[in-house]
Design a protein around this ligand. Structure first.
Ligand code: 3HC
Length: 287
């Protein structure tokens, strides 16, 4: 089994930049793509800020930060991914766009050994696999935000993923990146979001119906259950657009009310109040 050294990350948003960071910190050659130069610059800034935070917190040295930065390259052209041994797609939760990316990667990535992975939390891996001519090499590798801090990776083989692909992906996540792996079936939400999203939606409904304030709902879970952050602050961290997109995929899959988007969440997304990444969601981060 050849070791994976050249990684591509498609998308440099919250998750993509975190995934690129942990890959570069693990000594890998990392190529990151975004659709437009502005998005690429924003992603690059996020990544640099996170590395600086890691240094400030004593998690890595200034030399290690510089070495990680030297292993990262950025592009707006997926055509440059030809020599990648593993590509992790981490763009927005939109099935059509993701499928197009997988079809492009299928044509671009030359090694037939290469793994094409998605960081999706809710879109069926089998559908992304069938957008390619190599569904046996397509798998879900789902990270958690903030990626440099949270140790979990969910591994999601589809019905078409080969055992070798699953074994290599697991080895990459554990041995190369030092993450802990759990394996889940290819159904929307996998393990963590299947439990987390109904909880976040229930908290939003609580605020919507006036049971308690945003601050009190969050304080309830932080002080009463020792969660590191309350559900509304966590929804802000994930991004309210992402939270809504995951809920919609899960609702489409299971048709259960627990996954139905509360009107308050829809209106906040309509209004552009997407959470921490834009400076305002349930909380104001502009100050
Ligand atoms: N690199 C390395 N380590 C870092 C770092 C970086 N860039 N930034 C922070 N850290 C470390 C800190 O050093 C600290 O470690 P220590 O406890 O050993 O000193 C730890 O991370 C916490 O950092 P901070 O003190 O800066 O921050 P907080 O204590 O306020 O914690 C938080 C922030 C990590 C976000 C914490 O509140 C948390 O874990 N919240 C829950 C997040 C969560 O549930 N995420 C999952 C979302 S679901 C998801 O992602 C799936 C998707 O599909 C939706």
């Amino acid at each position: 089994m050849s070791e994976i050294r050249r990684v591509g990350v498609v998308g440099c948003g919250l998750m993509g930049s975190g995934i690129a960071e942990v890959c570069a910190r693990s000594g890998l050659d990392v190529l990151v793509s975004e659709v437009a130069p502005e998005a690429l610059r924003a992603g690059q800034d996020r990544l640099t800020t996170s590395l600086a935070k890691g240094v400030a917190r004593g998690k890595l040295s200034a030399e290690e930060r510089d070495a990680a930065l030297s292993r990262l390259r950025f592009t707006t052209d997926l055509g440059e991914f030809a020599d990648r041994e593993l590509v992790i797609e981490a763009i927005a939760e939109n099935e059509q766009v993701k499928s197009e990316v997988f079809a492009t990667l299928d044509k671009t990535v030359t090694s037939r050994e290469a793994i094409l992975a998605s960081n999706t939390s809710s879109i069926p891996i089998a559908r992304l696999g069938t957008a390619t001519s190599r569904p046996d090499h397509v798998i879900g590798i789902h990270f958690f935000n903030p990626v440099p801090v949270l140790n979990l990776v969910e591994l999601v083989p589809s019905l078409l993923t080969s055992e070798l692909t699953a074994t290599r992906a697991a080895r990459f996540a554990t041995q190369t990146l030092g993450k802990e792996v759990i394996t889940a079936k290819d159904q929307a939400g996998f393990v963590v979001n299947a439990l987390l999203i109904p909880y976040l939606l229930a908290a939003i409904r609580m605020v919507e119906s006036g049971v308690a304030s945003t601050e009190d709902v969050d304080a309830g879970m932080v002080l009463g259950c020792a969660h590191p952050m309350g559900p509304l602050r966590l929804a802000d961290l994930i991004g309210l657009d992402t939270t809504k997109a995951i809920a919609e995929s899960m609702h489409a899959e299971f048709k259960q009310l627990a996954y139905a988007t509360p009107p308050l969440l829809s209106r906040m997304v309509d209004a552009g109040l997407l959470g921490r990444k834009v400076g305002r969601g349930f909380y104001d981060y502009s100050g």
